[in-house]
Design a protein around this ligand. Structure first.
Ligand code: FAD
Length: 403
């Protein structure tokens, strides 16, 4: 009997797991169950080129249909997994089917965090996670309309950049005192705020949204005791991992399905997990849950290798990017409070980097339109090369000669 690998969730990690199984010559049967209507697709363009209309839907799909057939992989779309029976090694689906597995990969990703204020269900209040979400939001982004972006994180700011270019009046409401506060240094927050303001985006920092007002649909946002007229709102206040299926099956979860360094669940050797839904040991030993393409791809590779008996530890350097206007932000590594921040280059030139030094080594790099800083910085992190702040800040030394 051929071995059965079942993958729950049809996103970035699922597509990579199938690709790695195919490359490894896995001869058994693969089934991918996804609750969306589409085969695995890339999400990053949803808040960038797909939202702006510059990228067609077909370009979002990660693999052509033939790829799945060649991998002996069946895609069951529009169906969700509702329960795992670990003793029987079966998974029940919403359509009544029950699928058997020898190995199970959970790649269930995350879902948007919903805002809990009065009026949050009014038509005109949008979220952004899926193709379906963009297809609802994009027709509403008409020139002259007032868009309220709730949350000054990556997604909110990427949407703000697209919308202001489309001719909307954009206001960003952010509860904290700076943009992307959980993800980037104060230098990058200040730089991006200035860029957005120059593009006519309006900011209300330290201003939490208290309610959405409207009769039939959204008419205004109430925040900081004031009322701001709005035709559309885009809420981008983070995500929560889809762990309920795993948790109900008794798998250890802690804001993510807990996996070991081989992407095997710590609770069951036949169950693996990869991508946004996992909690794992970061390179610095601390428990972490990452929400990025790199982590989905690399964890899926390691999980697939583990499933075919070729376990290798996951220790890749995390990386991430964000596109806003003509600015390419690239980040590698993991910053921690207490890191020494070293700036290289002048933000006024719209090309600079901030390095995070810890214990005499680069722990993270944030680069804006600065590919050499990003590429070399990522290598310094991976190799743990000793480095000084003075050398990093010295732009008379080319990055390629920094070591
Ligand atoms: C708008 C947007 C922009 C982004 N931009 C960037 C970027 O610039 N750079 C970057 O690195 N990352 C970016 N990301 C994050 C990146 O897309 C994610 O990290 C990545 O998609 C994670 O892949 P995944 O496979 O873990 O989860 P997902 O891609 O979310 O796939 C999980 C799938 O599983 C499905 N599912 C969940 N539960 C079940 C169930 N019980 N049964 C069946 N199916 C289920 C979900 O509906 C989903 O389709 C962005 C994300 C979004 C939403």
């Amino acid at each position: 009997m051929s071995e059965k690998i079942l993958i729950i969730g049809a996103g970035q990690a699922a597509a990579q797991a199938v690709a790695t199984l195919k490359t490894e010559g896995f001869a058994g049967q693969i089934t991918v169950v996804g609750d969306e209507a589409f085969p695995p697709y890339q999400r990053p363009p949803l808040s960038k080129a797909y939202l702006s209309g510059k990228l067609e839907r077909e370009r979002l799909f990660l693999k052509p249909d033939a790829f799945y057939a060649e991998a002996n992989c069946e895609l069951l779309l529009g169906a969700s997994a509702t329960a795992i029976d670990r003793a029987m090694k079966t998974v029940a689906l919403s359509d009544g089917r029950v699928l058997a597995y020898d190995k199970l990969l959970l790649a269930t990703g995350t879902r948007v965090r919903k805002i809990k204020v009065p009026g949050a269900d009014l038509p005109g209040v949008h979220y952004l996670r899926s193709i379906a979400d963009v297809d609802l939001l994009r027709p509403a982004l008409a020139p002259g309309k007032k868009l309220a972006v709730v949350g000054g994180g990556y997604i909110g700011l990427e949407v703000a950049a697209v919308a202001v270019k489309l001719g909307l009046e954009v206001t960003v409401f952010e509860a904290l005192d700076r943009l992307m506060a959980r993800a980037v240094s104060p230098q990058l927050s200040a730089f991006y705020e200035k860029e957005h303001r120059e593009a006519s985006v309006r900011f209300l920092l330290e201003t939490g949204v208290q309610a959405f007002d409207g009769q039939e649909s959204l008419e205004a946002v109430r925040a900081g005791g004031q009322v701001y007229p709005a035709d559309i709102a885009l809420v981008g206040i983070g995500v929560v991992p889809n762990v309920e299926l795993a948790s109900a099956a008794g798998l250890a979860c802690d804001d993510g399905i807990v996996v070991d360094t081989y992407c095997t669940s710590v609770s069951d050797p036949a169950i693996f997990a990869a991508g946004d839904c996992t909690r794992h040991h970061g390179r610095d030993g601390q428990q972490i849950r990452l929400e990025c393409v790199q982590n989905a791809i690399d964890q899926a590779k390691h999980a697939a290798l583990a499933m075919v008996g070729k376990s290798t530890p996951y220790s890749e350097v995390p990386w991430f990017w964000s596109d806003q206007y003509d600015l390419k932000m690239q980040i590698a590594g993991l910053a921690r409070p207490g890191d020494r921040l070293v700036q290289r280059g002048d933000p006024a030139n719209r090309k600079f980097a901030v390095f995070h030094l810890r214990d005499g080594k680069v722990a993270a790099v944030e680069a804006v339109n600065a590919a050499p800083e990003y590429i070399v910085g990522r290598k310094l992190i991976a190799e743990g090369t000793p480095m000084t702040a003075e050398r990093l800040a010295d732009t008379s030394i080319a990055m390629k000669n920094i070591v």
